[in-house]
Write a protein that binds this ligand. Structure first.
Ligand code: ADP
Ligand code: ADP
Length: 235
């Protein structure tokens, strides 16, 4: 049984667009196995963020069904973590407190946050050490480089042990050296924890280095479809 199952999924953003049959994505049909790492490439406007919104339950499809982890998606999913091109750490919080944020918001952690804070903080420290940020727990975002902030934002995305990690161009703003370092960090984390990853990127080399499967989305007049699936060799 696949972990993510899109069956003939179409989305028009509102009724007016639906009446005009203007879909942001059309006929998406794809299945992702448990623990699989997929990358999505495609030009601007082809529907990559729309796909992400559907995969997290932030948008419901106009047609078709989406089943994730055995259940039809009916609303925002708690089993996912997200990171974007901008690290968007809260400037008034330390690195540690930024990483802890999802545990203050997402159940079942939220209701136990006060009583378990020490345990949660230890988990956050361990994760920060794994990405090379040991010793930076008490620093504020402005005291960290861009790459370090992005490492922290990946820790924040993983702190509640999500089954699915959604990454929307997370390395796009980094220099080539830092980017490749972070690829390795992400691959190490993924090889241990085996969460599913959906990575949106403009960098083909990045998708080849990281992903099991590459999906190419295309934008031809009026159609936004998943055009091609490429199984990548594992080094
Ligand atoms: P990408 O992430 O690949 O750049 P998007 O998923 O953002 O593409 O956009 C796919 C299509 O849906 C585009 O034509 C875009 O203009 C349209 N679109 C995206 N968001 C909205 C929205 N909130 N309302 C209406 N149309 C949207
Ligand atoms: P994203 O998360 O990809 O930035 P959003 O749904 O948050 O997309 O859209 C950002 C803003 O741009 C929203 O106000 C949305 O309505 C608007 N928008 C994006 N594309 C379109 C479009 N094709 N037509 C109308 N509004 C759009």
């Amino acid at each position: 049984q696949p972990f993510i199952d899109f069956r003939d999924v179409w989305l028009a953003y509102n009724d007016e667009l639906l009446a005009k049959q203007q879909f942001a994505v059309e006929a998406i049909d794809l299945r992702v196995a448990q623990g699989e790492f997929i990358a999505i490439v495609g030009p601007s406007g082809c529907g990559k963020s729309t796909f992400m919104k559907l995969a997290t339950g932030l948008r419901r499809p106009s047609r078709g069904t989406i089943v994730i982890d055995g259940r039809e998606v009916a609303g925002p999913l708690k089993i996912s973590g997200m990171a974007f091109q901008a690290p968007s750490l809260l400037p008034w919080r330390t690195t540690l407190d930024n990483v802890l944020l999802p545990l203050e918001i997402v159940e079942p952690y939220r209701s136990q946050f006060r009583s378990k804070k020490a345990e949660y903080a230890e988990r956050a420290r361990a994760l920060l050490r794994q990405v090379g940020l040991g010793g930076y727990e008490d620093k504020y975002p402005w005291q960290l480089s861009g790459g370090m902030q992005q490492r922290a934002s990946i820790c924040r995305a993983l702190i509640h042990e999500p089954k699915m990690l959604l990454l929307d161009e997370p390395f796009g703003a980094l220099d080539a050296f830092t980017r490749e370092e972070l690829w390795c960090t992400l691959r190490d984390l993924w090889q241990v924890q085996r969460f599913n990853v959906i990575l949106v990127t403009h960098d083909l080399r990045e998708s080849v280095f990281l992903a099991d499967t590459l999906y190419v989305m295309s934008k031809s007049p009026g159609r936004f479809v998943v055009q091609r699936q490429i199984d990548l060799p594992r080094p």
